[in-house]
Design a binder for this molecule. Structure first.
Ligand code: AGP
Length: 605
């Protein structure tokens, strides 16, 4: 993961580097650092912990210079401490890196054989030492280009050079890197979000590209060392600049803004006057496509799992779901009549991106469902459906999950309509039902008070289980994932019908078991499974919109949700589960927006 920034300017850069690093902290936050250059001296400052910590260090000992690079780290090689924090510098060069150098052990060994000494445990330091060697008899650009050919793996790099006071070099293979342009100032950054407060003019490096920038110029070279030109994109005004407002943290803001997220997404795609979904430019003929494959990671993968039920219910398409990190290494039989759908909030997830590249190599049609429209995954797919959720800052994905499900739901019914597999009237009823969603989500958020009360049950329990059937099975998986990542408590999501095949052995007196049982065709089956859990001592939190009071007997707590068209229940059941994870984490005083060991954008495989 990690975030990098570089600024070449005519004025001091350290405070703008710090501001950009704060925006990049979603990519990693276990250590931070920067290096500036003044009078041919590299000033390096770094620390373990957050950018705030680095800011305090700079307050005491400022880093002067009108040229500099900065980094936030998500550790891959070596523990998060000051030595392993980036930049990694020698006398002559300083490097920040996002990615993994896969042949770092071999390179390290051969450098050590030549008498080179390493200070850190990182893979990045091999780049610094290789560069220092090359710089003995080469100019910076050539030294970088000749170093890059020795590296295996993925990287985005920012590099400054002691003896070249005015240049920063950036390079990309696998990990994203953007270039920003302004008057008397140019930038490199891991994403456009980090650069947005300084410029709206952006270009993106492609794999193999190198850029060299001064405060007044930017040049690009491809992997063959050929000088190339880049398109300059003008970024749209961000009406939705992420601010916490009165909320304690971003996650609670993002949970509570889901009714608006749903409204925006619906407004974007639904023509309310005709009850019609506006999706144009399908990359394949909707009538002849015969299969969809849905691919993502983590929460995005869970949205794919929910969508499988929708596509299967409304269309005759065959549907597969895949975890991107598995998909990319399997022997897939690609089909031209299949649509490969990639779901990713950030649009930068390395595994999802690699799975998309694999599809492109096999010349099949791809669609991406993303939140960040300028992202690599959005740019590389044949067709893009943005979810329009606005920036999601909390590492735990909430409103983006809702947006992903919404897009996938709309796509499933739209395809059913275009393929004449759904009655026109039913199609339009479904659209009318969708329009009610924002209000119903608002009602679900009122469950917070009850959830706060039950959250205490989780504090001293060994773990918990989340159960559901049909659409509610992936929702149970998502509930368990949210609890794990936020509160560091063990939780398992399971299809309720599978309990008797093993996991029932885990049930003991007082174990919290969350049962997601909306009023759908699985309802009674799920309830029977719930009784089997109760009989063995499980303490049930039931989430349902079947408001028959009899079902609550022997249940510790019931969260009653509003009624909704059956296939839309996943949208509502998700809300109390997000609130539950949030409140357990709050009671445990966990860092809600930045859970330990995680990062928002997972740009390593
Ligand atoms: C969700 O809460 C997680 N932090 C994580 O599983 C995330 O959904 C996953 O890493 C995929 O990210 P993406 O949507 O940006 O591709």
């Amino acid at each position: 993961m990690c975030g990098i920034i570089g600024i070449a300017s005519n004025k001091s850069v350290s405070s703008n580097i710090i501001n950009s690093l704060k925006k990049l902290e979603y990519r990693g936050y276990d250590s931070a650092g920067l290096a500036t250059l003044k009078n041919n001296v590299i000033n390096e400052k770094k620390c373990s912990g957050r950018v705030e910590q680095l800011e305090k260090i700079l307050f005491k000992t400022p880093a002067e210079g009108s040229l500099g690079i900065g980094h936030v780290r998500w550790a891959t090689h070596g523990i998060p401490n000051e030595i392993n924090a980036h930049p990694h510098s020698t006398e002559v060069v300083s490097v920040v890196h996002n990615g993994i150098i896969e042949n770092s052990s071999d390179l390290k060994r051969s450098l050590e054989n030549k008498g080179k000494k390493f200070k850190s445990q990182t893979d990045t330091e091999v780049i610094t030492l290789l560069l220092a060697e090359e710089l003995k008899n080469k100019k910076p650009l050539e030294a970088v280009q000749d170093t890059l050919v020795k590296l295996k793996g993925s990287f985005a790099l920012g590099i400054i050079f002691k003896n070249f006071n005015n240049i920063i070099i950036g390079a990309r293979r696998g990990s994203p890197l953007a270039v920003g342009y302004s008057k008397n100032e140019n930038y490199i950054g891991s994403d456009s979000y980090a650069l947005k407060s300084m410029t709206n003019k952006i270009s993106y490096l492609e794999d193999g590209d190198v850029c060299i920038l001064t405060k007044d110029s930017v040049e690009f070279y491809d992997s063959n060392k050929k000088k190339i030109n880049k398109k300059v994109l003008i970024l749209s005004e961000d009406k939705n600049i992420a601010q916490k407002g009165d909320y304690k943290n971003f996650m609670s803001k993002e949970i509570f803004e889901q009714p608006i997220t749903a409204k925006n997404c619906i407004n974007e795609y639904i023509d309310k006057s005709r009850d019609e979904i506006n999706f144009y430019n399908f990359p394949l003929n909707p009538k002849t496509v015969n299969k969809v494959v849905l691919i993502g990671c983590g929460t995005a993968y869970h949205s794919c799992l929910v969508a499988k039920y929708w596509f299967e219910e409304f269309t005759s398409l065959s549907v597969e779901t895949d975890i991107a990190s598995e998909f990319r290494y399997r022997s897939i039989k690609f089909s031209k009549d299949c649509l490969y759908l990639f779901v990713s909030q950030s649009g930068e997830t390395a595994d999802t991106s690699a799975a998309l590249d694999l599809c492109k190599k096999n010349k099949v049609k791809t669609c991406s469902i993303v939140n960040v429209v300028e992202s690599s995954i959005a740019r590389n797919a044949d067709w893009v459906l943005p979810i329009h959720a606005g920036p999601e800052i909390g590492v735990a994905s909430t409103k983006a999950f809702l947006g992903q499900m919404l897009l996938l739901y709309m796509l499933s019914i739209k395809l059913a309509d275009l393929r004449n597999e759904i009655d026109k009237k039913e199609y339009q009823t479904k659209i009318s039902d969708l329009k009610k969603l924002p209000n119903l989500l608002e009602k679900c958020l009122k469950s917070e008070e009850k959830i706060q009360f039950v959250a205490k049950d989780f504090l001293n329990s060994k773990g918990s289980m989340f159960l559901g059937r049909g659409f509610s099975f992936p929702i149970a998986l998502e509930g368990a994932l949210k609890l794990k990542e936020l509160s560091y408590l063990h939780a398992e999501g399971y299809p309720a019908g599978e309990m008797k095949h093993g996991p029932l052995a885990l049930i003991e007196d007082g174990l919290p078991v969350i049962v997601v049982a909306p009023n759908d065709k699985y309802f009674h089956k799920t309830l029977s499974n719930m009784q089997e859990v109760i009989a063995r001592g499980g303490k049930i939190l039931l989430i349902t919109n079947n408001n028959d009071s009899v079902i609550s007997e022997n249940v510790r707590f019931t969260i009653n949700l509003p009624s909704i068209e059956k296939s839309l229940s996943p949208f509502l059941s998700t809300i109390p589960l997000q609130l539950l994870a949030y409140h357990v984490a709050l009671l445990k005083k966990c860092d809600i927006d930045k859970p330990r060991n995680l990062a928002k954008s997972v740009t390593v495989e």
